[in-house]
Write a protein that binds this ligand. Structure first.
Ligand code: NAD
Length: 280
């Protein structure tokens, strides 16, 4: 049976370390979160982010804006936060209402305050392997989990299922930077099952339950998916079946999810330190 990767425990360790560091700071990092509209899942995510920020002793502000806000008015809010020397990190909660151009909105964030790492500046640096850069939170959390469990990546065959800008693409870059051989699968990929069986590490970020049902003996399985079902929160992976063959597996909940929020806090602290010239 597979070892269950305890994301909750590792995230708590990260949070404890951040707290110790923040306690010693005179000025506290400040995170600004923009929430547009009232998507119930987004409201929960934003509440959890703010709760964690405050628990850590960060300053935090949430700007709740109406769903019908114009693009120009939203951009104006971002420009104000960009200019505000007291704000160290800016996050725009996704998804945005359909009338807003996501690309234009995310690009408006000052790269030095881009806590999610979604601007072309930070994403470009990540693609080129230029560090430091702001690494998107979920992919960063996945690498941290693998490192904590001493799972080596060099020379490993990694299959990333899903090619989104927030998970699939950045995690594939991080894996390549660590000398893994990466295959990307997506909605048009043929023979997904064959690919799953021929890779050492499977990272699934799709949003469909039971898309991963069988893996090769000893495979490492990272389940990013969050699917709300009548039986509660489920990942993309058929946990019971897959853990029979896998060597390591992340549960849902309690795997990648808690790491995402921990990495958001870590990125906030890093941006603060760069801006305060405490980190170069
Ligand atoms: P997305 O919804 O933007 O894209 C899904 C991807 O899956 C696309 O690239 C698509 O090509 C691919 N896909 C769709 N059907 C497929 C199929 N049949 N076979 C193979 N690939 C297929 O993706 P996202 O925003 O990265 O989110 C993916 C999942 O991860 C969602 O369930 C989301 O809730 C979850 N998520 C979790 C966290 C976390 O912290 N745990 C963070 C971000 C996203």
């Amino acid at each position: 049976m597979a070892v269950i990767i305890d994301g909750k425990k590792i995230a708590e360790k990260v949070i404890d370390n951040i707290k110790k560091e923040v306690d010693l700071l005179e000025r506290k990092p400040k995170l600004a979160v923009i929430l547009v509209g009232n998507n119930p899942a987004s409201e929960i995510y934003v509440r959890n982010k703010q709760k964690m920020a405050l628990k850590l002793g960060f300053d935090s502000v949430v700007l709740t804006l109406p769903a019908d806000i114009s693009e120009e008015n939203l951009l104006e809010q971002i420009y104000i936060l960009n200019e505000d020397v007291n704000i160290n990190a800016i996050l725009v909660q996704l998804p945005l209402p359909a009338h807003l151009n996501k690309q234009r909105i995310l690009e408006a964030i000052e790269p030095l305050k881009d806590v999610d790492g979604f601007t072309t500046h930070n994403f470009g640096r990540l693609s080129l392997g230029y560090f430091p850069c702001v690494v998107p939170c979920t992919p960063k959390g996945i690498v941290r989990l693998l490192d904590e469990y001493d799972i080596s990546l060099e020379g490993k065959k990694v299959l990333v299922i899903g090619r989104s800008n927030i998970v699939g693409k950045p995690i594939s870059l991080l894996m390549q930077n660590r000398n893994a051989t990466v295959t990307m699968a997506h909605s048009k990929t043929k023979n997904l099952e064959e690919l799953i069986l021929s890779n050492d590490i499977i990272i699934s970020a799709v949003g469909i339950t039971n898309i991963v049902n069988q893996v090769s003996k000893g495979a490492v399985v990272i389940d990013v998916g969050i699917n709300r079902t009548e039986n509660g929160l489920k990942g993309d992976v058929n946990f019971e079946l897959v853990s029979e063959n896998a060597s390591y597996i992340t549960p849902v909940p309690g795997g990648v999810g808690p790491m995402t929020i921990a990495m958001l806090m870590e990125n906030t602290l890093e941006l603060f330190k760069i801006q305060e010239k405490l980190l170069f």
